[in-house]
Structure formats: structure tokens, C-alpha cells
Design a protein around this ligand. Structure first.
Ligand code: APR
Length: 320
């Protein structure tokens, strides 16, 4: 059987890291697409030259031609600009919306059967726009944010408790921005929910609140340190986890920016929710019951996402 084909649209910091990881894990043959001449070709060649030492079999190609992504099984989109210190993800909207139009049309023409994972920010609005421009089925287009936000939450919790992060589960709902909703009640250590751990004296409510805030600010913390761009190792790892769930039909329960139509009282909005990802793409949206406070936080996050979608429609009349 031929190897799966992985198309990476955008060959910058995240795109290059994705290519390296996909090659090391032998997920398939890799095409790196970028408008910057030489960058995708250079990264493809550099990674291919690491193959003999690492011992992986994968072909890598860099290109500026959408025809080269033809028949891709998975497309991971990072094309666009990242933020600099002082910028919010929302500041990227105008420029990255134009990029989503070009990318969506490229995928529509050459890889209409792919499972598409968008990473470009502001995430929830960009994945919505990418779906609109590509015309692919909603279940085949999603955004990577929840896996990353949950991973950040899990990392901070594992550090606080001094336990393996393997045994920490965490749920983060809502938009990928300042209004994201880390759900303490549904986050556990070895199955024990966080509020119980506070009761058991493992941590204090104040410390837990600080960890929740650090999770919300997780992206900005990295931008502040790097100064020239945003995070790329953990975002790439998170998207690879989603791609593997699709390629291997794992039916993983993963939070992602999915098209929510009916669940959570929403009628067709892309926002972060728990989902099941398998060979059918986003196969299911899991509609968990929220308490009053959680619902209020989720509503705030949903209205922030709706505002960004509205802004997209104002910028590009074709989306209205
Ligand atoms: N088509 C293809 N590639 C494009 C286009 C386009 N129309 N416009 C820009 N690019 C490419 C750039 O040439 C660059 O190589 O997208 C790449 C983006 O890479 P980086 O600037 O290194 O950004 P990165 O850190 O990878 O983040 C990409 O993901 O997390 C988000 O906020 C982040 O929106 C940003 C995206």
C-alpha cells in the first residue's frame, strides 16, 4: 500500500517542525508548501538528509505549486503570520484571512478529500474561513487549539503536583484566546478531579486559579520569551497527535475547534469542544453538561469567536 501523503501548507517554524516530526514518525510522504521560495525546498532537503542517521523512510518535497499537494490525505495549515510581543491573536485577522482564501482554494482544487487541520491564528475564525473557502465537509476541517491548551494545563498541573503528566488529564473548552475555558471539574490526576485534590490539600484554590490563568496566557508567555515569533514545538506536536488519530482511525477523544451545530446550543460555529477523531475526521462532538459558571465563561468565549467571524465577513464580502 502506498504511503499516506501529508501536505504542510506553510513551511515556517511550525511547518518545519511538523515535517520533521511526521518524517521521524514515518506518517507518510511529506510535501511542504510555502510562498517563500527556497524555504520549503531547503527544509525538505535538510530533513531528508537526517533520514539515514535517524532511519526513517519518507520522501520530502518543498514546493510553491499547489498541484504538488494533489491527493493529500492530511493537510496541516500554518500559512500566515505569527504574533509578536504585545500583539493578540486577533491582531492577525486581516492578513491571515487573505492567506486562508488562497489556501482554501488550493485545497479545494487539489486535495478535496483531505482531513484538514488549521493552526493559523486567530484560530477559531481562521478555521471557519478556511472551511468556507475550501468547501470541504465540516467534519473534515478542524482547528488545533484544545490539544495544545490542554497540554499546557496538564504540564503546569503535573509540575504543581509532582506527578507524571501521563496521569494528568485536562479539558479546555471555548475559543483559543484569552477567553478559553479550562475546566477544573473535568480535569483529573489519576481520575481524581481537581476540586477534590484541593479538598485533599494537594494544592490551594489560589494556586489552581493561577495555573488556570497561566494556561490562558500560555501562548503569550512563549511569545514574550521568544520575541521574534510564537510557540512551535508544542503546537506541532499537538497537530501531529490529531493527524495520527485520523490516519490510524484511533477514535481519540481530543478537544479541537470543531463545527458545532446543535450541541451546546450553537448553530454552526467553530469553537473548541471535546470531539472524537477517527477515520471519519471529527466523528462526534461531545456535548458535556456545564454548570452555571462554566456556561457563563463558555458564552463569553463563544461571543468573542462570533465577533471575529463577523469581522471576517465585513472584510471579505464573499463570506457574508
Ligand atoms: N501561502 C503559503 N504560505 C504562506 C502564505 C501563503 N499565502 N503566507 C505566508 N506563508 C508562510 C510564510 O512564508 C511562513 O513561512 O507561512 C509561514 C509561517 O511561518 P512562521 O512565520 O514561522 O509562523 P509559525 O510560527 O509557523 O506560525 C504560523 O500558526 O500558531 C499560528 O499564530 C501562528 O498564525 C501563525 C501560524
Amino acid at each position: 500500500m502506498a504511503r499516506p501523503k501529508i501536505a504542510l501548507i506553510g513551511a515556517g517554524m511550525i511547518g518545519g517542525t511538523l515535517a520533521h516530526m511526521a518524517a521521524m514518525k514515518e506518517l507518510g510522504d511529506i510535501v511542504l508548501f510555502d510562498i517563500a521560495e527556497g524555504i520549503p525546498e531547503g527544509k525538505a532537503l535538510d530533513i531528508a538528509e537526517s533520514g539515514p542517521s535517524e532511519g526513517f523512510d519518507a520522501s520530502l518535497k518543498g514546493t510553491q505549486d499547489y498541484a504538488d499537494i494533489a491527493g493529500a490525505d492530511v493537510c496541516i495549515v500554518t500559512a500566515g503570520v505569527p504574533r509578536k510581543p504585545g500583539m493578540s491573536r486577533d491582531d492577525l485577522l486581516g492578513i491571515n484571512l487573505k492567506v486562508m482564501k488562497a489556501v482554501g482554494e488550493g485545497i479545494k482544487a487539489h486535495a478535496p478529500n483531505a482531513f484538514v487541520i488549521c493552526i493559523t491564528n486567530p484560530l477559531d475564525a481562521m478555521v471557519w474561513a478556511l472551511r468556507e473557502f475550501s468547501g470541504l465537509p465540516h467534519n473534515m476541517v478542524c482547528g488545533m487549539a484544545g490539544v495544545l491548551d490542554s497540554a499546557r494545563f496538564r504540564h503546569f498541573l503535573a509540575e504543581e503536583f509532582g506527578v507524571s503528566m501521563r496521569d494528568v488529564t485536562a479539558f479546555v473548552l471555548g475559543g483559543h484566546g484569552d477567553t478559553m475555558v479550562p475546566l477544573a471539574r473535568y480535569s483529573t490526576v489519576g481520575g481524581i478531579p481537581l476540586p477534590d485534590l484541593v479538598g485533599m490539600g494537594w494544592t490551594s484554590q489560589e494556586k489552581l486559579d493561577a495555573i488556570v490563568q497561566r494556561t490562558r496566557d500560555g501562548g503569550a508567555e512563549i511569545v514574550g520569551l521568544l520575541k521574534t515569533g510564537s510557540a512551535y514545538y508544542a503546537p506541532a506536536t499537538s497537530a501531529i497527535e490529531m493527524a495520527v488519530a485520523y490516519l490510524k482511525d484511533q477514535k481519540r477523544v481530543l478537544p479541537c475547534a470543531a463545527h458545532v451545530d446543535g450541541a451546546y446550543g450553537l448553530d454552526g460555529l467553530y469553537v473548541g469542544v471535546p470531539t472524537v477523531i477517527g477515520a471519519g475526521g471529527v466523528e462526534r462532538v461531545i456535548d458535556i453538561k456545564l454548570d452555571k459558571d462554566e456556561q457563563a465563561m463558555f458564552d463569553k468565549s463563544v461571543s468573542a469567536v462570533k465577533g471575529l467571524v463577523k469581522a471576517c465577513k465585513e472584510i471579505d464580502g464573499a463570506l457574508a
